[in-house]
Structures are given as structure tokens and as C-alpha cells.
Design a protein around this ligand. Structure first.
Ligand code: SAM
Length: 191
């Protein structure tokens, strides 16, 4: 048997696994506790490059910790933890990328007032799509239960729903019988 319906964060990791090669270049747009940053590093390995962004010092600390717990000593590795908003991706990433992950909303263990916002998220999506190689994929997991979350969700769905179909394949997945604003998963593949 395969694993069946996975929770959103595992679901996107399963899909991206086939898309991100050893030696690839990737972005984690919302580092948070570092789970996806670690996943991405495991995919690309020491010959790859991981850029991870977050606004909060706590996210960088938590990410450093999770790497330590996994016996990866980040300072010697091609992993750049960047204390800046993902809207500024273009200032840091100058090379084409194989994949990117964004988990929107707030840091589960942190300050619930620090949330992703529509304008900055849209800017980040635009920059990421420009950097994405043909055949590359980006994922977005939208948690929108917080104030402002529904506006963010709607503006993202609106934007990605209008991406040129000749250039991008866009898929939305959702847990339609769940209560309490279950996450929405978006996958965008560059053709
Ligand atoms: N993927 C993370 C993990 O595996 O733990 C969880 C990410 S959490 C749902 C969302 C994160 O986005 C928070 O840590 C928050 O600080 C961060 N964030 C909010 N606005 C941001 C921005 N403009 N740029 C980068 N990160 C941002």
C-alpha cells in the first residue's frame, strides 16, 4: 500500500521529491521551523544550494536547531538562511532554480501576529516564477485561518489562476470535508 492521503506539508514534499535533483538549487520562502529547509537540503545535497527566507530571528534559530539535531553543520554547507522577506528574493537569488516551497500563515510555535501578507506573497511568487527553470515546480500551502488570511488566499488564487496556461500548469488541492479552514495546496509547474 502507498501512504494514502497525506497532510499538506508531507504531500507537497512527496510531489517535489521527483522534481528536485541532487545538485539542484532551491528556495524555501518561509523557513519557519526549518522542516522544509531540511527536506530541501536532503534533496539537493552538498552539491546543491538552498536559499531560505524568514522575517523572524526565531525562525533562523529554530532552523539552525533542526539542522543540528539532524547532524548537519550548516556553516560548512551550501545553505543560506536569510533574515529578510521573501519579497526580496530577487536581491539574493541570481541563478535559475529547480524548485521552491512556501507555507503561508504564521509560525506555529511563534508570534501569531507575524503572518504572510498578500502584497509581499504575490511579489515573492512572481520573483520565484521568474527564477524557476522549465520543468521546475513551486508549492504553496495556504493556511488562512488568521486575520487577513482569506484576503491573502483570494488574491493568490486569483493571481495563479490567471497565469498563462502555455507557460504554467497550476493545480489546487484541498481537503474539502475538513472543518476550521483546512490548508489549500497549490502546485505550479513551469512548462
Ligand atoms: N515551512 C515552515 C516549517 O517547516 O516550519 C513553516 C512556515 S510558517 C507556516 C510561515 C512563516 O512565514 C513564519 O515563520 C513567518 O515568520 C514567515 N513569514 C511571514 N512573512 C514573511 C515574509 N514576508 N518573508 C519571509 N517569511 C515570512
Amino acid at each position: 500500500r502507498n501512504q494514502g492521503i497525506l497532510k499538506a506539508t508531507n504531500f507537497v514534499q512527496e510531489l517535489l521529491k521527483n522534481k528536485i535533483p541532487t545538485g539542484g538549487t532551491v528556495i524555501d520562502g518561509t523557513m519557519g521551523n526549518g522542516n522544509d529547509t531540511l527536506f530541501l537540503y536532503k534533496q539537493v545535497g552538498d552539491s546543491g544550494k538552498v536559499y531560505a527566507f524568514d522575517l523572524q530571528v526565531m525562525a533562523l534559530e529554530n532552523t539552525r536547531r533542526i539542522f543540528r539535531e539532524n547532524n548537519v553543520f550548516i556553516d560548512n554547507k551550501p545553505i543560506q538562511l536569510i533574515l529578510d522577506g521573501h519579497e526580496n528574493i530577487g536581491n539574493y537569488v541570481k541563478e535559475a532554480i529547480d524548485g521552491a516551497m512556501f507555507n503561508l500563515g504564521y509560525l506555529p510555535s511563534g508570534d501569531k501576529n507575524i503572518v504572510t501578507r498578500p502584497e509581499t506573497t504575490l511579489q515573492a511568487i512572481k520573483s520565484t516564477l521568474e527564477l524557476l527553470k522549465k520543468g521546475g515546480m513551486m508549492s504553496l500551502v495556504l493556511y488562512y485561518g488568521h486575520p487577513g488570511g482569506i484576503e491573502e488566499k483570494n488574491s493568490i488564487l486569483d493571481y495563479v489562476g490567471q497565469l498563462e496556461s502555455k507557460k504554467y500548469l497550476v493545480m489546487e488541492c484541498s481537503y474539502i470535508n475538513h472543518e476550521n479552514n483546512p490548508p489549500i495546496i497549490l502546485l505550479i509547474e513551469k512548462k
